[in-house]
Design a protein around this ligand. Structure first.
Ligand code: DGJ
Length: 755
């Protein structure tokens, strides 16, 4: 029955494949499950890639097997145990009742099932119809401890994806301690890879970093309790020659929003082991007799069409198989958010004119950010007190939301549900809800503290407070923020020897709360946020279809942030706002057009005081909003290509192409001007070579003021509106980038196929 997964019982080989990819593993001597291949599809495997048996000194052998060529220390395996002869980084460490950490897992059984199972309590990829995927479950056992492992592999029909996770079951009669349990192990032989990761910082998230892999161990991890700004839970392995369009690219995205680790070890034979999962530093999990532990899932994508091929596959996977919200393929509203306009200093009276202006400009939603609750007038108080500040809103937030609705706009509200201020009723009534180590001062960050979301009682309290507001039915959108990382890790619900469970229980608790809220209010559009893009991960996408990409709204900084974000995450997930100048994070002054072009390359919003703009600027915003509405489906759901990286020089370019190739949008940026700049050309991609495309106006041309001796800021102008070029001209010859006597200049070129 199985066409995506086949088992060759004679050679004991499992072959997972769809139209483009193959993944092969086999049951080797001694019951070891060895990895054979992952990559471009092979139609039939004739059993010629078993790992050669070579006796390697000081790499021990497998009991009951006199074959000195078979060693756990060299064999590529699907999942390695510890302290039984494999000296590489291991997938699993169990501390048994007798204090030992040895285990020896061997094949026990397998089954293949249609579809893709969900993972209890965790976000995971899914299919609508069982025919869209098949799942192989391989059961391994450690006979002595009677611990069993289920290795899950789901291959999808329409995406070049294998989703993997692991379940550990304690079938013995004693408790065991899990000290490490990764979601994925992948061993490669004879591959000389480079890594691409997405490190960053607050207001500087997800810039692509490419490095070679040397001997020894390399780790890319978060121990901040969340997926973090500092190291996104993603890693790609690419060939040295792989670029945006050509070459092997393997991408691994962990569907998890907590501490994570991507470990790479290049061993004595230059073989490479990749381990991905929950970060095992400060992690321990007691597994009682009869209990099970489920790891998060890893999405494993392969493309032989370079990084763009890999990214497009991830965009498809996340859009189709991870985002559940009813908004997943809906056009997202253009919003105005009051944060950078007012910070905490607002009243309903002050906000109403912004709403009025937004209506005039065609903006579709008003979002009330931080400061509407408790007595919060700065960041020192009230987190945890989710009741209305009547000094700011005499008729309640509902009265204000009614006003917003009367203007024809939707209404959105900000929450930070996982946090507590010491100056709050919540803390005065329940000081024990604050996560802290007994007898120690908890460490503040932004003057706030973390609630112990692992505790049901804490979650219920927050759920009920949020519910009281949402049940009034006036909220169309929620921004769910989190403005610090975890520290002082301790849970009052757990005994001393189980404190290592706290961080993971926190994440499971947050997922539980998200599940309750998002399923009770499916009509609300949710946006994730953690001080900008601190929790921009695939796990979060399961609950919230969009996330605030960064607290940095500077258009030039955003080039790098959005470029990196697009490596994994779909454009419909990435929100981007036009803000005031000088920019509040960098002090940089960029033209309004530039800020608009960059924000229009994501899910567009505004984050400035619209009432303080000049008439000319307001007219420009009206045009941007109108133009964005015309191209919104193309931007949010078209195919996205990175063309020129902002980190490679002075020019950035990216492009959107509609599925049927009848429309395309090209974005180009020149960061700095020069007196004698070198000419550059941008070549487009993904078009129909035989069709003609017309360059259609999106905006009215702005005033060209000239500089000094020159009558125009253009030394050479951008392609004129009305120009007709064939797809092959645009792709093979390209167009000259304009040369402009001004810094921070961008262009948007919109082309439509001629009938
Ligand atoms: C961090 C967010 O990223 C901002 O947009 C804003 O909501 C502030 N928090 C509010 O405290």
């Amino acid at each position: 029955m199985s066409d995506l997964i086949r088992f060759d019982s004679e050679n004991k080989v499992f072959h997972l494949s769809n139209n483009n990819i193959s993944y092969l593993l086999s049951i080797d001597d001694g019951g070891l499950v060895s990895h054979l291949y992952f990559g471009k599809k092979v139609k039939r495997y004739h059993n010629h890639l078993s790992y050669p048996r070579i006796d390697r000194g000081f790499s021990g052998n497998v009991l009951d097997n006199l074959d000195r060529g078979l060693s756990k220390d060299t064999l590529p395996q699907e999942y390695s145990g510890s302290d039984s002869g494999d000296y590489r980084q291991t997938a699993l460490i169990i501390k048994h009742g007798d204090g030992s950490r040895s285990n020896a897992f061997v094949f026990k059984d397998y089954h293949i099932q249609d579809g893709k199972p969900g993972l209890s309590g965790l976000p995971a990829s899914f299919v609508q119809d069982k025919a869209e995927a098949q799942t192989l479950v391989i059961t391994l056992e450690d006979k002595v401890s009677q611990v069993e492992l289920d290795l899950l592999y789901s291959i999808f029909r329409d995406c070049d994806l294998v989703a993997r996770s692991v379940q550990v079951r304690n079938q013995g009669s004693q408790s065991i301690m899990l000290e490490k349990v990764v979601s994925l192990q992948l061993d490669f032989v004879a591959k000389d890879f480079e890594t691409i990761t997405l490190p960053g910082a607050h207001a500087n998230e997800r810039h692509m970093e490419r490095q070679s892999v040397g001997y020894g161990l390399q780790r890319f991890a978060s121990r901040r309790g969340t997926s973090s700004h500092q190291m996104n839970p993603f890693l790609a392995l690419v060939d040295k020659k792989t670029d945006e369009f050509v070459g092997d690219a393997y991408g691994f995205s962990l569907v998890y929003s907590g501490n994570h680790a991507f470990e790479l070890e290049k061993d004595q034979l230059a073989q490479l082991r990749l381990l991905v999962g929950i970060n095992h530093e400060n992690f321990e999990w007691e597994l009682g007799a009869g209990d099970a532990f489920q790891t998060p899932e890893v999405l494993m994508v392969y493309s032989n069409q370079g990084l763009n091929g890999m990214s497009q596959e991830f965009h498809k996977v996340i859009g189709q198989h991870l985002v559940r919200s009813q908004f997943k393929y809906q056009e997202r509203p253009i919003l105005v958010n009051n944060w950078e306009a007012t910070y905490f200093d607002f009243t309903e009276e002050k906000l109403r004119p912004i709403v009025d202006e937004a209506k005039q400009l065609g903006i579709e939603m008003f979002v009330l950010d931080d400061g509407w609750f408790g007595h919060r007038n700065n960041d020192q108080s009230s987190l945890g007190d989710w009741f209305i500040n009547h000094e700011k809103f005499p008729q309640g937030v509902k009265g204000f939301a009614d006003y917003v609705h009367q203007q024809g706009l939707k209404f959105g509200l900000w929450f930070e549900p996982e946090m507590i201020s010491m100056d709050s009723d919540l803390f005065r009534n329940h000081p024990d809800y604050l996560m802290q180590v007994p007898g120690r001062q908890p460490s503040p960050s932004r003057s706030q503290f973390v609630l112990d979301m692992g505790r049901q009682e804490v979650r219920d309290n927050i759920f009920n407070q949020v519910k009281d507001i949402l049940d009034q039915g006036y909220i169309d959108y929620i921004k769910w923020d989190m403005n610090r990382h975890l520290s002082d890790i301790y849970s009052l619900d757990l005994p001393a020897h189980r404190q290592g469970e706290t961080s993971h229980r926190y994440v499971l608790g947050v997922y539980d709360l998200l599940e309750r809220i998002t399923s009770a209010y499916p009509q609300i559009l949710f946006e994730g946020c953690s001080g900008g893009g601190g929790r921009f991960d695939a796990g979060w996408a399961y609950y919230m279809p969009q996330s605030w990409a960064s607290d940095n709204t500077d258009a030039i900084s955003r080039l790098t942030i959005q470029y990196g974000t697009s490596l994994v995450y779909p454009i419909s997930m990435m929100t981007s706002h036009v803000s005031a100048v000088p920019n509040h994070q960098t002090g940089r002054i960029t033209p309004l057009d530039t800020r608009a072009h960059v924000a229009m390359s994501g899910v567009l919003g505004y984050e400035l005081d619209l009432t303080s703009m000049s008439d000319e600027e307001k007219e420009a915003v009206r045009e941007e909003v109108e133009a964005y509405k015309a191209i919104r489906p193309l931007v949010q759901y078209g195919k996205f290509y990175r063309l020129k990286s902002p980190s490679d020089g002075n020019a950035t370019a990216w492009q959107f192409v509609s599925e049927d190739k009848t429309e395309t949008l090209l974005f180009t940026a020149q960061t700095l001007a020069g007196a004698q700049p070198l000419l550059t050309i941008t070549k487009m991609v993904g078009l129909n070579p035989d069709a003609d495309y017309e360059h259609v106006a999106l905006f009215k041309e702005g005033e060209d003021q000239g500089v000094g001796y020159f009558t125009s800021i253009y030394a050479s102008r951008p392609l004129e509106v009305g120009a007709v070029l064939s797809g092959d001209e645009l792709m093979n010859m390209g167009i000259y980038d304009p040369v402009v006597r001004r810094d921070f200049v961008t262009h948007l070129y919109y082309f439509k196929m001629k009938k």
